[in-house]
Ligand binder design. Structure first.
Ligand code: SF4
Ligand code: FES
Length: 238
């Protein structure tokens, strides 16, 4: 029996292999579905919901939902686009994101997503939470003001570094990133070379002493929108 399936995304027929997620199949076909908590080196977290699509009329996370024969997937409807924008806007107001002062500016996936969606100002009021910065570690700092609770560092530390340095505590709006030490980051076994240090989509986890090595203006999303690498595939395939 063939392990090939076909389904549609916004009316475009997609060839996929059984076992692939909708997002994997879409990526291969050059269709970008926005995402924030997904990372190519990690198992999908299904946390941010930016990748939500309609599958046969029901909302599902494209990063976790398996592609199925004959599925009808909608991704770029006005309603779904607005829901994605609302999530991104919520992330901006829930934290303290001052892009112009952030080392990650130009490489930040949240900022890039806002540009891609054309978000000029969030529809929600800013909450200005009081969050801490932990600069105790000799090689790494965490600025909790910028954490969007995507869980990438949690999965990377556990699955790629074999360490479990990060975890979430509390629930709902109170949820926050914690470390596996009583005091501060310096007391954990995090090393500057750990994969968890590189995997943050925003400027919440930063390596020290390498700031601005790539000048603003020459960074990943300074000239090309997020997702354009995936979309380029479709254009080159004709
Ligand atoms: S520190 Fe970064 S990688 Fe970790 S949960 Fe927060 S935003 Fe995600
Ligand atoms: S990318 Fe799918 S839930 Fe975050």
């Amino acid at each position: 029996m063939s392990d090939k399936i076909t389904f549609t995304i916004d009316g475009v027929e997609i060839a996929a292999t059984k076992g692939q997620t909708i997002m994997q199949a879409a990526d291969e076909a050059g269709i970008y579905i926005p995402r924030l908590c997904w990372h190519k080196d990690l198992s999908p977290g299904g946390r941010c919901r930016v990748c939500t699509v309609q599958v046969n009329g029901r909302p599902q996370s494209a990063c976790t939902h398996p592609a199925g024969e004959g599925m009808v997937v909608l991704s770029e409807t006005a309603e779904i686009i607005d829901q994605r924008k609302a999530i991104v806007e919520m992330l901006f107001v829930e934290g303290n994101h001052y892009c112009m002062f952030c080392e990650k500016s130009g490489n930040c996936e949240l900022q890039a997503m806002a540009y891609r969606f054309g978000i000029a100002a969030p529809r929600y009021p800013y909450m200005f939470p009081e969050r801490k910065i932990d600069a105790s570690h000799p090689d790494v700092l965490i600025d909790h003001n910028r954490c969007i609770r995507c869980g990438r560092c949690v999965r990377a530390s556990r699955d790629l570094d074999g360490k479990n340095v990060f975890q979430f505590v509390n629930r709902g709006y109170e949820m926050e990133l914690a470390i596996n030490a009583e005091a501060d980051l310096a007391k954990t076994d995090l090393a500057g070379v750990d994969k968890a240090v590189d995997i943050c989509p925003v400027g919440a986890i930063l390596r020290k002493r390498v700031g601005y090595a790539v000048p603003v203006g020459k960074r990943l999303y300074d000239h090309t929108p997020i997702g354009s690498d995936i979309e380029a595939k479709r254009k080159s395939d004709g």
